[in-house]
Design a protein. Structure first.
Length: 319
């Protein structure tokens, strides 16, 4: 009699391993077309434009009614709106008036002319960049001292925070007067005011970043018999970069504000602050708004430069 062999259950076949270079999951925004990405921004800009034009009609209407339409009975909103959008000295200029003044200023005058807004932007950006470098260095030095000294952490860090409670409009004239008494004027006072606003976000972010390595990372460096300098440069500094660059973006924008504020009490002949003063002296609101728009564009450009530097210096950090 032939005995049947016992049936041995077989294990299920293992699932195929994923390909080492398979497609990665993409974020929802990565699959959007450029038009789909820009559409929400365009909608917001269109809504702001409509609100701006309506506000220009509302604020400029009393002057137009008193000066132009007082002797025209039966006028309507269609007669009023175009006049309010094309006043020579409006209370609130229309967007197209600001854009036209920007274009005429940039293209109608040489780059070294005080009537060219790019010339004033260059003067302000020079003070901003100098103050940004000084503020970054000051903030980095303070952060390193605070991280490595518990005494400085308890005594110095509260004063750093308290320094930002002083309005820059109050401290700017004091700095200008003190530096002027020792013969420093022009670029240096504006750069120091810019530095005053730049160093704080850098110092606070670097303190948090330099302290971000955990216990395991610090013990690992200890097992390697790493010195304090090696631990600082090989562990703390790389760990602080994700904290540093966002603070640099905030710092350079704040430094631009400081440079413009530093130009106001000095009666400067060049710079966006000087352009604002000139417009206010002569009641030229269009010139004031075009200088403000140029300052905003300059701030966006400087912030974008810091963002490009962040991508170049931290390619492996997830943004």
């Amino acid at each position: 009699m032939v005995m049947d062999k016992p049936v041995v259950p077989t294990a299920p076949a293992p699932a195929p391993a994923p390909a080492p270079f398979g497609p990665r999951s993409q974020s929802p925004t990565a699959t959007l077309s450029p038009w789909q990405r820009s559409f929400p921004v365009l909608v917001v800009l269109a809504a702001l434009a409509v609100i701006w034009y309506a506000a220009a009609v509302w604020l400029n209407a009393p002057q137009i009614i008193e000066r132009v339409l007082a002797d025209r009975p039966g006028w309507t909103l269609l007669d009023l709106a175009p006049l309010t959008w094309n006043m020579e000295r409006p209370v609130l200029p229309a967007p197209h008036q600001i854009a036209l003044d920007l274009w005429n200023s940039i293209t109608g005058w040489p780059l070294d002319s005080p009537r060219n807004l790019l010339f004033h932007a260059y003067v302000t950006s020079t003070a901003t960049l100098l103050g940004f470098v000084m503020g970054t260095l000051l903030g980095a030095v303070l952060a390193v001292l605070i991280v490595h000294s518990r005494t400085l952490d308890r005594s110095l860090f509260p004063w750093i925070i308290a320094s930002q409670t002083i309005p820059v409009l109050a401290i700017a004239p004091i700095i200008i007067v003190i530096l002027g008494s020792v013969g420093l004027s022009g670029l240096v006072p504006k750069a120091i005011i810019s530095m005053y606003l730049c160093f704080f976000p850098v110092a606070v972010a670097l303190v948090k970043g330099l302290r971000s390595p955990g216990v395991l990372e610090m013990e690992l460096m200890h097992t390697y018999a790493a010195s304090k300098s090696n631990t600082f440069w090989m562990l703390r500094v790389p760990a602080s970069l994700p904290f540093l660059f966002p603070s640099l973006r905030v710092g350079i924008a704040a430094g631009l504000v400081g440079a413009i504020v530093g130009e106001l009490p000095t009666g400067a002949q060049a710079g966006l602050g000087a352009r604002l003063l000139t417009g206010s002296y002569y009641g030229n609101t269009i010139q004031i708004w075009s200088a403000l728009v140029m300052a905003a564009l300059l701030g966006l450009f400087l912030t974008a430069c810091v963002a490009w530097a962040e991508k170049a210096l931290t390619p492996g950090v997830k943004k």
